[in-house]
Ligand binder design. Structure first.
Ligand code: FES
Length: 74
C-alpha cells in the first residue's frame, strides 16, 4: 500500500527542477528570446526552462502529448 505522501509525490508533474523551492518561477528577458526560443512545458528538460527534446521520451513512455512553448518573431 502507498502512503498518502507517496501518492502525493507520484502526482507531481515536476520531479527534478529546483525541488528545494516551494514554487518554481522562471523569468526570461525578452531581449534573450532572439528570433526564436523553445521553452519546456513537460518539466523533464535538463536545460530547463529551455526544451531539450526530453518531452519525446516522456510522451513515448507515458502516452502523454506534451510539447514545448515556441516563441518567435514573425
Ligand atoms: Fe520539456 Fe521539450 S523537454 S517540452
Amino acid at each position: 500500500l502507498k502512503t498518502s505522501s507517496e501518492e502525493k509525490k507520484n502526482d507531481k508533474i515536476n520531479t527534478k527542477i529546483d525541488l528545494q523551492n516551494s514554487k518554481v518561477v522562471t523569468t526570461c528577458d525578452i531581449e534573450d528570446v532572439g528570433t526564436k526560443s523553445v521553452y519546456c512545458r513537460c518539466w523533464k528538460s535538463s536545460t530547463f526552462p529551455k526544451c531539450d527534446g526530453s518531452h519525446n521520451k516522456h510522451n513515448e513512455e507515458t502516452g502523454d502529448n506534451v510539447g514545448p512553448l515556441i516563441i518567435q518573431k514573425k
